[in-house]
Design a protein around this ligand. Sequence first.
Ligand SMILES: [Zn+2]
Length: 310
Amino acid sequence: MVAALLLLAACTTSTASVAPSSTLPSSTGVATTGETVPTTAAPTTAAPTIVSTTTVLAPTTLGPTTEVPATATPATVLTPATGGPATLAGRPADFLGEETIGSSFEGRPITAWHRGAAGGKVILVVGVIHGTENDGMKIVDQLSVAALPPGIDLWLLPMMNPDGVAHDVRGNGNGVDLNRNFPHDWTAISHKGNWQWSGPGPASEPETQAYMAFTERIHPALTLWYHQDLFRVSPSKGRDAPLRQAYAKLTGLPYETVDGPTSIYTGVAATWTRTTLPEAMSFIVELGSTLSVAEAAVHASAVLAVAQMA
Ligand SMILES: [Zn+2]
């Protein structure tokens, strides 16, 4: 468990940065700004091992921070800290490595964790692409230590938008909505300052480029993306339909279409992934506005279940 804690350090740190933004409803779980540390064990309600691990996530910031005040500092810590030895020190037995797949607009590393059966079925899970929709990181945390089914070659990308997480904004450090920046169906949307700005051109952003190069190399059979907070999985007519449906069923999410003008769904990462990479399936999971640790564990199990179907 201690090991797991360490492994999660990177992710935890980032979440920490989000904490102080009391603006957020409560999706980060850390509505309170800081001082009061309930009891490190506060939300330690539910599950076993992993839970206590991930539990640290929510009141996190404070927990470890209390002992090492320095760490408490903002997200800036991310830059030098990420990929640090602390993370690797906690690797599970099947940990295959950690790598920086690129840098954000503001120079923060984009880190990927690799574990499971090298050469097996490649599954990729992206915790965060919109910086204000962070609860997917809790699921990534669970997956970083969960027992994996045989034959799964698992890659975890806690966040492909570290700038957004650091600043608690949707876009990257350049103000671009990364999920409108991918080259598939890219359309110019709005301008800098708009929450859905597509960027000046397709794949203009370093995060988008890093993700593309990374996935073109690892060829994931299935990629999962977490967003908030429409609370659903959208149906599909594609090959991934049974997986989507199974995921919805396993997690209790409605299997329902997202309404709204389709025009705003251009340059989407999941769509680029499944239309560009050979044989790739890729879909979005819209979480609710909050995600408890116990719920994150359910989602992690669902990921591993659909991974076996891929
Ligand atoms: Zn989103």
